[in-house]
Ligand binder design. Sequence first.
Ligand code: ADP
Length: 473
Amino acid sequence: MPKRLLLAVADPAVAAQAADEIFSPAGYSVTQVHDIAALRASLRRGKLPDLIFIGNPLPGGDAFKLVADLKAEYPTLPIIMLAKKATTGDLLRSMQAGLVDYIGLPLEREAALSAARRGMEQKKLWEGWLKRETGRITGSLNQRLSEMEAILRQVNDGVLVVDKANRILMVNQALRQTFGLGDADFTGMSIEQAVANPTLVEALKADGDRHEVQNKAGRVFHVRVSRIPEVGTVASLHDISYLKELDRLKGDFVNTVSHDLRSPLTAILGYVELIERAGKVNSQQSEFINRVKSSVYATTTLIDDLLKLGRVEVGALDEVTPVNMKLIVVNALAAFQPQAQEKGQTLRLRKTGDLPAVLGSRTQLSQMVDNLIGNAVKYTPPGGQIRVMLREEQNQLILHVADNGPGIPLEEQGRIFERFYRASNAPSGVSGTGLGLAIVKTIVDNHRGRIWVDSKAGGGAVFTVVLPVAKEK
Ligand code: ADP
């Protein structure tokens, strides 16, 4: 293949003579240009030449500036300058610019060809060096990449990476085993095609990381989804089957113990009530009997609450149906009305139109509303006001239970949803187990909702529950 030479000399006659008499006979294929703009256009257009001869001066700008620009853009391209007259200053500049040579005009055959040969040798040297360096860098990059891949492949957690269009980029060994995917190459496939697990597919597309996925063998995995800008999404699956089992055992334990405790308590209460019927008791005995009764009542309530919590925690959502929340709230209001009236409280539901259903457990949702309204009635002093509101906003159902009772100090608001926590400013004599709001929170979580309280001590409390509404099919 002939070596390509770009000859940029102002005078077309000089260029033509050099091409015809010197370079072409020596095997060069020569392209001639006569100013800087044409030289740039020629470089942009086709394949890069093997070397360039640039006349100085060249119309269209400073030849040294041009050399500097070309060197920055094509560092391995050899450039030789042809000058009408070579000054010491120019020689210095040409060395600084990284020129192969700087020869005078008129062009002498031997000088021109020997400069061209040196240019070609330099090009070869530079390109060889570049190739070796690139090889070295890509080699170490590839090694790092395969190390990273090996780590991802070997970790015990399942890892799945998809691009922004949810096409598979990588599936590791643990994930293949979890879903029985074998050794097939899934790269580029959609996740629906590759992993036939709708919950995992949904988890990858949804936000948040509260997803749990079960495989065919019944093992349960916690899915953590992270979005990576410019890449896509990474899902990591951690086996939590042992935690689930522990949770189940704990639930069983609480249930069994609670049941076993409840039966003797019922017997105690029965016999205590019989004492009064069996014969006359004096006033002190009657007081003792009352104390036993109220202790038994308190313990029974605690056990009942523990059982309820155990049930909502373990049972999560057993019976899922579209639930009419307005009906639940209306029923709860009717149930608490006598208690409220006894305390001279007003208990009202703000007028609401039709509302969409919530998908969930009717029993649990009633329990949640009962607990919130029950607390409001319980903690608000006589003559107080309790307002319940229901509304829909952006596919969410919002329930407010507001009272003008003692409120909850700001620093304790984060803790009232914990088990057994009772706030410091609750009026003395108001009994409770501290489990009601823990039950409420578990139920709200089971329904993928949120709950919080707005309150300040002495200023009443507003409990807000936000639940996603059932999507129409
Ligand atoms: P319990 O009512 O059995 O004590 P909960 O879990 O239902 O337990 O409530 C936890 C605590 O939150 C209560 O002890 C009380 O201090 C506070 N609390 C709950 N509801 C209200 C309310 N409407 N007004 C004031 N304080 C409340």
